[in-house]
Design a protein around this ligand. Structure first.
Ligand code: PEP
Ligand code: MN
Length: 360
């Protein structure tokens, strides 16, 4: 089993090379006692990187916006007392200078900052000539170019230790997640930038503590290199993100339950995998030929609609198809979300073909 991290975190000054790299600590620093208590309990679990927000970007004003610079003093104490590396979020040049002066070991850039190329460029300029690891969270909107661009701006300042943090994407749709993961985006970022380690932040993806283990496991199954998990000594009373924070004991349980899968496949299992992939390819071929036949029938219906001068889109018919296919999908163990997406696309393609016919 691949339990060792590759050299992606080289130069970060870490003692352990265990995979995943775990970063933990409260959403926000609240008091010296809180910081020292959590840091102590995490150090006992051999967690090397301690996080805490000092300046908090909050959606609405008049909520707790972080304790500010005084929190840096508490982080410094945690570092001195327990030998943890400390990391905090920086969102502007002032934050960068203060964090550097306080001896913060690793910086992270939050999701609300990585959306803004001006802000990122200013931070990058402030980091010129500084040797410090920087973690870049994905922008709140699902735009992989913007995320890549933020990383490139930081790299352009000469920072050579950069990690990406996947914290999900905000959406108007209500889902079980606070921020929808959209796993294909970080996968695409990794394809473009394979040298950048990928860290999952299940706390901000999930928004609730009972989902954190599942999201963490999924990220490990996708071969992520690290996890950033919010942990508080009294989670329910936390001043920010109370629902998603876990106690040190809960964190331990989550981490103990995680299963690490093989990253490198041995020769014998490659054979099996190739065999299964060949089966998938054969099924895909059949799907295409079925779709071709289905479209041919749709075109015949189009001819009929044209001959009888009726509209292409028949809303009741479309609703009936959708209801029927969702029911049928359930029998075949397919989620209604998947069936809806698939049939919306198929139906749209049929409509496009029929509309074309009308114009001939
Ligand atoms: C945080 O890590 O506490 C935070 C504010 O994160 P994000 O930028 O992902 O919202
Ligand atoms: Mn938080």
């Amino acid at each position: 089993m691949e339990t060792q991290r590759k050299s992606l975190f080289e130069g970060w000054g870490l003692q352990s090379t265990d995979r995943p790299l775990v970063i933990s600590g409260p959403c926000s620093a609240e008091s010296e006692e809180q910081i020292l208590d959590i840091a102590k309990q995490l150090k006992e679990q051999n967690i090397e990187i301690f996080r805490a927000g000092i300046w908090k970007p909050r959606t609405r004003p008049n909520s707790f916006e972080g304790v500010g610079s005084v929190g840096l003093e508490w982080l410094k104490l945690a570092k001195q007392e327990y030998g943890v590396k400390i990391t905090t979020e920086v969102a502007n040049v002032k934050h960068v200078y203060e964090a550097l002066r306080a001896g913060v070991d690793i910086l992270w850039i939050g999701a609300r900052t990585s959306v803004n190329p001006f802000a990122i460029q200013e931070i990058a300029d402030a980091l010129k000539g500084v040797d410090i690891p920087v973690m870049v969270k994905n922008p709140i909107n699902p735009d992989v170019d913007l995320w890549q661009g933020a990383i490139e701006r930081i790299a352009g300042a000469g920072i050579d230790k950069i990690a990406a943090i996947h914290r999900g994407f905000s959406s108007f749709d209500k889902t079980k997640y606070r921020n929808i993961p959209k796993w294909q985006l970080p996968i695409e970022l990794r394809r473009r930038m394979p040298e950048i380690p990928m860290i999952c932040d299940p706390s901000h993806i999930a928004g609730r503590r009972d989902l954190i283990e599942k999201v963490s496991q999924k990220s490990l199954d996708l071969n992520y290199d690290g996890l950033m998990i919010e942990c508080h000594n009294n989670p329910d009373e936390a001043w920010s993100d109370a629902k998603q924070q876990v106690s040190p004991a809960q964190l331990k349980e989550i981490l103990d339950n995680l299963v690490l899968r093989e990253v490198v496949i041995n020769d014998a299992s490659i054979q099996d995998l190739e065999e299964l992939r060949a089966q998938i390819d054969a099924h895909d071929k059949k799907l295409f030929s079925l779709l071709e036949s289905r479209m041919a029938v749709a075109e015949k219906i189009g001819e009929f609609k044209k001959a009888h001068n009726i509209t292409v889109l028949q809303p009741e018919r479309w609703q009936a198809i959708l209801d029927k296919t969702i029911e049928e999908g359930k029998k075949h163990n397919l989620s209604s979300e998947f069936v809806t997406k698939m049939f919306t696309a198929i139906h749209q393609e049929s409509i496009n073909k029929q509309t074309k016919l009308m114009r001939k």
